[in-house]
Design a protein around this ligand. Sequence first.
Ligand code: ASP
Length: 428
Amino acid sequence: MFRLPKLTHHNLTLQIFLGLAIGASLGLLLNASGLNQLTWIQDYAIEGLFHVGGQLFLRSLQMLVVPIVLISLVCGTAGLGDIKKLGRIGGKTFGLYIFTTAVAITIGLLVALLISPGQGFALVTAANFEAQTPPSLTTTLINLIPRNPIDAMARGEMLQIIFFSLLFGLSLTLAGKSGEKLLETFEQLNEVVMKLVAIVIRFSPLGVFCLIAKVFSEQGFDAIAPLAKYFFTILFVLLLHLGLVYPLLLKAFTGLSPLTFIKKFNEVMFFAFSTASSNATIPVSLETVEHRLGVHRSVCSFTIPLGATINMDGTAIMQGVATVFVAQAFGIELAFSQYLTVIMTATLASIGTAGVPGVGLIMLAMVFQQVGLPLEGIGIIMAVDRLLDMVRTSVNIAGDATISCIVANSEGALDRSIYYSSPEKQEV
Ligand code: ASP
């Protein structure tokens, strides 16, 4: 029989961290020394090994997203056995997601107003930014229901897939005896896809290395200098949210140790950091939240994919700071009511847009249009957005996992013995 070699999560985290650190150092070295300009380095290393290795890894993760969301959500809902419970979990999750996003953007705005990152910013001609229009709220609502579930899966429309899977899982239980065999098949499929995730995870140290090495060999840190105040304000608020707001919420609502949470979840944050995509991180996040943090599948199969799509606290923080920065850089005074509009627009915008790299800027365009800030402002901050995107994606998915624990705990669906089990012993 074919077996995967044994590996504990403890060792894996270390390997991923090394991949990240070595990739970043190598990339920075290539960038700082100017070696990244040599044609052969570009052809063979940056666009060759790093690009191909990184994309192979990213695609393997993306390949798993739709099957995992569909299968685990069908199993999760069927295991729930109660429509009322589903409604309750949905209500709590949605409420908490919206609440934390609104808190995140408010903190972003407040800290930015205190620090004034855009005051005295030397405005040179700003690059053009082509605004894409994000979907309106009514469109988002209508689009919740797919015309054709196969089409929704083919296009990876997360909210539509979630809607269909929930209904399918419910109907499976309602069908009684006729649904039993199929549910059993879904349970088996679930085991199989989880093994697929385990295989991809084995390659993650290499994948993370390639992704990071490519970003840093191209980006370097020179882009940050002129925007240092903006960059570090966001970084500061992101770390504050991650290190204070989430731990406080977790402790207050569940009494669980935030330290254990970070110890077990940091592996997933590395994935989010290197891919800059909440969506691509769903498979690993789901695996960790269920098998290492002890959240029952009936809760996390719903909260994690939903969170990856609608809950983006890190992105909201960037929007708060960016609004203040651009207003100050262009010498525009915003009224209190306009700040409230920013909070509302950014929170609502996060619902209709998927968690993929760079989507935060599209949402930001929507916010700027609402309060009449120049879109050229986005052209200025684009230079450092990729790096910030990596950090905020880690915050985004940490928020999803925190809320998952809180909701599960309130439903009696969190296994504390799994939460506190030692990472040295837990196998991948
Ligand atoms: N990349 C982020 C995510 O996937 C979204 C963004 O802030 O651009 O969560």
